[in-house]
Design a binder for this molecule. Structure first.
Ligand SMILES: Cc1cc2nc3c(=O)[nH]c(=O)nc-3n(C[C@H](O)[C@H](O)[C@H](O)COP(=O)(O)OP(=O)(O)OC[C@H]3O[C@@H](n4cnc5c(N)ncnc54)[C@H](O)[C@@H]3O)c2cc1C
Length: 440
């Protein structure tokens, strides 16, 4: 059967097995890779055989006083929110879609809009159980099998299959976000605003990546905090402060034709989006859904890119090179006329994990439809990213070259050695790990 991930590229013929407790993956034929919701963009969870964690989807224990949750790794963020927001708890770190599994989130060591203040998911995972290639199950935490714990967080499923996880949830008083949205006329103004609002827990900027000259980097910065009861006192929200947002999603029923998405549609969208807010600043209380998961409101929005598929290019650049690096990369993109509907800039705080993506700096994510000229152009951008001391996010990648990985992930050697020791026959493999020559 053919399978693909969120970018609908590549599409591959593979067998998907559903994991059942007691199953020993060493009995599977050939190579295999753990799979969650398939929300990584490229080929990280594609391979000869894919072992789906989704059948393991139960909550196992929850301490209402401390917020410590134990859940199976096939539980999704959507399950988590629906169950725990009404009880006053929120995931400590959340990606921009709620349709990911906990296992997938661990394997990518996901970050959210709060990395600069609260780190990535790894900062909040207390422990997990990991099924190795040979069928052994190990308990991993910062003090038990610590190297394996670190390698699995961001290890893209290559160390084994996470079966369950113990996670520290975050207390909230309301399900609303106190939001502050500020328009920036260009990249410099945006970078200044990021610095000015660095104390706020959540921040993210949408950028018009086709704007040039003194408008380059014009954007909306949105910063927010979980609203407190005191803040919403006297408003209509006060009656049911932990109310779940209504479940309304608009389906995209078909793949759009390739011509539907071109620079004119992107320019028009960017113009309308930038000007949707008339004033320089706006403050409001909004349900968490629209703030954290705006794209989830369009079900299967990946079809907008048509059957050719698309990829997301996400890189991070250290702060000392941030302004210069971003300016140069964005200039190249605008000159090339490669527009992206989604161009999102965030900041990262310090982090130095084995294979995790975040490291202190600025991160930009851009969606591009797959075309013949795209990959050679992204190779050029890779060179720039590497020259500025940055790296590419593996969970979004579908085309990076092994040399780029080698150059930009300094602990790759340690990771490869650990994989060889754990799984001498290297039976756990994805299309990505083979492309990046992680098993030599
Ligand atoms: C719209 C959208 C927005 C996103 N926003 C963000 C964001 O803001 N921040 C961010 O960090 N990421 C973001 N992502 C990426 C997404 O969070 C990751 O790709 C995540 O890993 C997907 O989880 P999944 O369950 O779909 O796993 P899959 O896509 O199926 O797999 C992803 C990786 O996890 C491994 N894996 C899956 N389950 C397990 C398991 N049980 N044990 C071990 N390994 C496993 C797979 O082998 C693979 O390497 C976004 C993705 C989308 C589509």
């Amino acid at each position: 059967m053919s399978h693909s991930n969120w970018g609908n590229y590549p599409i591959t013929d593979a067998t998907e097995h559903r994991f059942q407790p007691g199953m020993n993956p060493s009995e599977l034929n050939g190579y295999w890779i753990p799979r969650g919701m398939g929300r990584c963009y490229g080929d990280s969870s594609l391979g000869d055989s894919m072992l789906s964690i989704l059948p393991l989807n139960r909550f196992l224990a929850f301490d209402e006083t401390t917020g410590l949750l134990k859940a199976e790794a096939g539980v999704t963020y959507a399950d988590l929110l629906e169950t725990f927001v009404p009880k006053g708890w929120f995931p400590p770190v959340t990606p921009g879609t709620k349709f990911v599994s906990l296992g997938g989130a661990i394997a990518s060591d996901v970050h959210g809009k709060n990395h600069h203040k609260e780190g990535s998911l790894s900062s909040h995972v207390r422990s997990f159980e990991l099924l190795l290639a040979d069928g052994r199950i190990l308990h991993c935490s910062p003090t038990e099998n610590a190297q394996l714990f670190e390698a699995t967080l961001g290890g893209m499923g290559l160390t084994g299959m996470v079966l369950n996880v113990t996670l520290q949830m975050k207390p909230i008083e309301t399900s609303l976000i106190a939001l502050h949205s500020i328009k920036a006329r260009n990249l410099d103004e945006l970078m200044d605003l990021f610095e000015q609002y660095n104390h706020v827990t959540y921040s993210v900027a949408w950028i018009d990546c086709l704007s040039k000259g003194n408008k380059m980097g014009r954007s909306h910065l949105t910063v927010g905090e979980h609203a407190s009861l005191e803040q919403i006192a006297g408003t209509k929200h006060a009656q049911n402060p932990l109310k779940l947002p209504p479940k309304k999603a608009i389906p995209i029923p078909i793949y759009f034709p390739n011509f539907a998405l071109n620079n004119l549609t992107i320019k028009t969208f960017n113009f309308l989006y930038y000007n949707r807010q008339f004033k320089k600043e706006k403050k409001s209380f909004v349900p968490y859904e629209g703030f954290f998961y705006p794209l989830d409101m369009l079900l299967d929005w990946n079809r907008i890119y048509g059957k050719r598929g698309f990829t997301q290019y996400q890189f991070v650049i250290p702060p000392e090179n941030g302004r210069e690096g971003m300016r140069e990369i964005m200039t190249r993109i605008a000159q090339k006329g490669l527009g992206s509907f989604l161009a999102v800039l965030k900041t990262f705080g310090p982090q130095d994990s084995m294979m995790g993506f975040p490291t202190k700096g600025y991160t930009l994510a851009l969606d591009f439809p797959i075309t013949k000229k795209l990959f050679p152009f992204l190779d050029e951008l890779d060179e720039l990213v590497a020259s500025y001391g940055g790296r590419i996010y593996l969970t979004k990648d579908v085309r990076m070259k092994p040399e780029m990985l080698e150059q930009t992930y300094p602990r790759l050697g340690e990771f490869k050695a650990l994989l060889k020791e754990l799984d001498p026959q290297q039976r756990i493999r994805s299309m990505q790990s083979e492309r990046l020559r992680i098993h030599e």
